[in-house]
Ligand binder design. Structure first.
Ligand code: HPA
Length: 270
């Protein structure tokens, strides 16, 4: 794994001489954030050695290099999901690569189903913690100490400092935001009503099929992380009748301008 990561990093560094401070993973329907980036270079995943190739509609599959304000960023437009058939090591491979390209802070976004009754479709939730209910752990197996320790402290997986800054920015920009707990399930089915109820009983505010593995691997390597979830559907008796991937993408698109502004300002002002 170490050699593979270094090989990929070397390949990318040969193509573009760039030392990004921020890594960004853009979730379903949020790929438009790249319009906030003064783009220097775009690399399609299928040209990058050792990178998996994204298979989901709404996920483009390119690595975008550029600037937000005066900060250098690298954004993944399209991520890899466990449900696509990748192992968790493959899902999180790009996060390892970002680290060795120089990234110090990772910003992740996703679309999720809400179970907190204060939420509506289109609500934006800053992730303050997560529950890992995924069936495979990205750190399972022999630990390579060059990446990080065997046992990772997960007491503050999401940076308290970045959360505080994002809340202030939201207030400045008059963007309504919530804070809550994200629970990760493998998918690809949307939850049954009983499963939504379980998610709520377990103490989460929303549920989705991504983010948790990437954040675990980021913390393994001591990246500072920030996560934001767009509530694209609600897990109640009525809403779940109509849920579809198209509905998720549409709802994510409607929240996109605010999520974009939030992430842009967080990077610019930080
Ligand atoms: N469940 C899981 N993932 C999701 C959902 C959901 O309800 N909505 C958007 N992504």
């Amino acid at each position: 794994m170490w050699d593979k990561v270094q090989e990929t990093v070397s390949y990318i560094k040969e193509k573009i001489n760039f030392d990004p401070e921020y890594g960004i993973i853009l979730g379903s329907g949020l790929g438009g954030f790249t319009e906030e980036i003064a783009i220097d270079y775009i690399l399609p995943y299928n040209e990058i050695p050792n990178f998996p190739v994204s298979t989901v509609q709404g996920h483009n599959g390119v690595l975008v290099f550029g600037k937000v304000g005066d900060k250098k960023v690298i954004a993944m437009q399209g991520r890899f999901h466990y449900y696509e058939g990748y192992s968790m090591k493959e899902v999180t491979f790009p996060v390892r690569v970002m680290k060795y390209l120089g990234v110090e802070k990772l910003i992740v976004s996703n679309a999720s189903g809400g179970v907190n009754s204060n939420f509506r479709v289109g609500s934006i939730m800053i992730i303050k913690d997560h529950i890992n209910f995924m069936p495979e752990h990205p750190l399972r197996g022999k630990n390579d100490e060059r990446f990080g320790p065997r046992f990772v402290n997960m007491s503050q997986p999401y940076s308290v400092d970045l959360i505080e800054k994002a809340k202030n920015i939201a207030q400045d920009l008059n963007i309504e935001i919530h804070e809550g707990i994200y629970l990760g399930l493998q998918g690809p089915t949307f939850e049954t009503l009983a499963e939504y109820k379980m998610v709520k009983i377990l103490g989460a505010d929303c549920v989705g099929m991504s983010t948790v593995p990437e954040v675990i691997v980021a913390r393994h390597m001591e990246l500072e992380t920030f996560g934001v979830s767009v509530i694209t559907d609600m897990g109640d008796e009525e809403s779940i009748l109509s849920i579809s991937h198209d509905e998720v993408l549409e709802a994510a698109k409607s929240a996109e301008p605010n999520v974009r502004a939030l992430i842009r300002e967080l990077i610019k002002r930080n």
